[in-house]
Design a protein around this ligand. Structure first.
Ligand code: SF4
Ligand code: SF4
Length: 166
């Protein structure tokens, strides 16, 4: 199955993302901002028990779900960036919280034959790939969802078993 792979380390080298996007719902859509936030929540967020990002939001727009994955309610978020300042680990980048949000639908159902998403063709930094790819922890490639893999060396060492009490 073909998946998008976003390389967060390559993305972080780029000052201003000029990636094109063919999502049809709004003209200035830049789906990569949406993917970057999702990738950070899925792979980089440390899932704090007290979640200062959630506590800092004046509009209850952030929620720590039962799965310990953060969710941002776009219709409540005013892009005040308080959550970005509150996170002690730098997980929430201010530029991925625009007031007018972007979406990525992985171009599902819109690609014909060997056609590639337009974002691949417009990123000069190799931040996005689209191919038959699988999770590969040795190469720092992690699955964030059925359609999205994330490559980054800036992951934290996730504890697979809870530490034993002393
Ligand atoms: S940017 Fe949005 S989610 Fe973050 S604190 Fe402000 S309103 Fe809440
Ligand atoms: S404060 Fe940062 S690391 Fe902690 S839950 Fe929020 S985004 Fe994740």
């Amino acid at each position: 199955m073909k998946r998008l792979l976003i390389d967060l380390d390559a993305c972080s080298q780029c000052d201003e993302c000029g990636m094109l996007c063919s999502y049809t719902q709004h003209h200035y859509n830049n789906g990569i901002t949406n993917l970057r936030e999702f990738a950070h929540f899925a792979i980089v967020c440390r899932r704090c028990d007290d979640a200062p990002c959630v506590a800092s939001c004046p509009w209850e727009a952030l929620e720590m779900q039962e799965t310990k994955m953060l969710k941002r309610y776009m219709m409540r978020c005013t892009s005040c960036k308080s959550c970005s300042r509150a996170c002690p680990f730098g997980v929430i980048y201010p530029e991925t919280i625009p007031f007018v949000i972007s979406r990525c639908d992985f171009c599902l159902g819109r690609l014909r034959g060997d056609e590639l998403p337009i974002c691949l063709q417009s990123c000069a930094h190799g931040g996005i790939k689209y191919a038959d790819l699988e999770e590969n922890e040795e190469e720092s490639v992690f699955k964030a969802s059925d359609y999205l893999l994330v490559k980054t060396d800036y992951k934290w060492d996730r504890v697979k078993e809870p530490p034993k009490k002393r």
